[in-house]
Design a protein around this ligand. Sequence first.
Ligand SMILES: NC(=O)c1ccc[n+]([C@@H]2O[C@H](COP(=O)([O-])OP(=O)(O)OC[C@H]3O[C@@H](n4cnc5c(N)ncnc54)[C@H](OP(=O)(O)O)[C@@H]3O)[C@@H](O)[C@H]2O)c1
Ligand SMILES: [Zn+2]
Length: 342
Amino acid sequence: MKAAFFRQHGGLDVLEYGDLAEPVVGPDEVLVRVHAVALNHLDLFVREGLPGLKLAMPHVGGSDIAGEVVAWGDDVTGWSEGDHVVVNPSIWCGRCELCIAGEESLCEQYGIIGEHVSGGGAEYVALPARNLRRIPSDFPWEQAAAVPLVWMTAWRALIGQGQLRAGQSVLILGAGGGVASAAIQIARYAGATVYAASRSDEKLEHARQLGADHLLRSDGEFSREIWARTNKRGVDVVLENVGAATWKQSVRSIAKGGRLVTYGATTGPIVEIDIRHLFWRQYAIIGSTMANNREFETVMRLVFDERRFQPLVDRVFALSEIRAAHEYLASGEQFGKVVLVP
Ligand SMILES: NC(=O)c1ccc[n+]([C@@H]2O[C@H](COP(=O)([O-])OP(=O)(O)OC[C@H]3O[C@@H](n4cnc5c(N)ncnc54)[C@H](OP(=O)(O)O)[C@@H]3O)[C@@H](O)[C@H]2O)c1
Ligand SMILES: [Zn+2]
């Protein structure tokens, strides 16, 4: 089968498009014919190499998969040929204390399909049956692939970990990002007042169309702006993911007793915290990663069954154009998702 992969970590030139053996389907697995696979910033980090990440090579990237069921192993029931599915990209053990408590993304053995094991950047992929989620057959493939990882991440960060509720306010950094653009819609759905920050006026206009109430430049003095627009109060929740470049101002934007939820460090992982500021203002800094299975199901139902949200596809590339697609995502020009079609 055709696949996009790399044999060693590095720049764009390690990416190859060529033939790999079709996957062998295990007893508890389903073979999926991939119709679309979305890129995440994660795909760039994994290609470049992450500390402690040792991969079996060649590695096929792609965590966000939409496709149809082709075949299944002996222990699998409940699927028919041609069923349309998306994939929960989580890997969890199902046996540890945290899995049993329903907190799969806190599992000691937690991993991500496309990061820790090969993903969906190929014509076919074999996946554990428990990771599949049925979707309506009229849902466009490219849009479906744009959903799982970013929407589950945005949902847990805002609603689960961030406890964002109606009537509260939220500042969303890097508004053009895959997760952030989903978060704008979720925050709006939750009934919150949304402040969106981006480096681009064009992206801020997109953010406004998605429901952002206030638009701020993330490369300007956005914490002053927040201060001015909230009558020196700050916002209830700050959704961070840009990292070092915006951290200081993000912290300054939190209201007394508020929360900063972070799920990313795109511009660098090391930041400072002024402890006096932290205890005096009594805010919380909260981490969030992916989502548990309950959160995954909740947000997939809202997107696919109730169609309450608009999954955002910025641009579609052929899988053979994997290098151009990585380059485009790295340029940061996109608003929403970059999708590949085998
Ligand atoms: N923990 C988790 O479970 C989890 C899940 C998903 C993603 N992540 C992480 O979250 C981050 C975002 O992921 P994504 O896939 O949404 O990425 P993405 O689509 O590539 O978006 C990243 C956004 O960050 C903003 N940005 C980048 N460099 C910046 C800078 N120097 N100054 C200000 N803003 C900057 C840009 O927003 P504007 O263009 O609007 O300025 C850009 O669109 C990544 O670091 C990713 O690894 C973590
Ligand atoms: Zn576990």
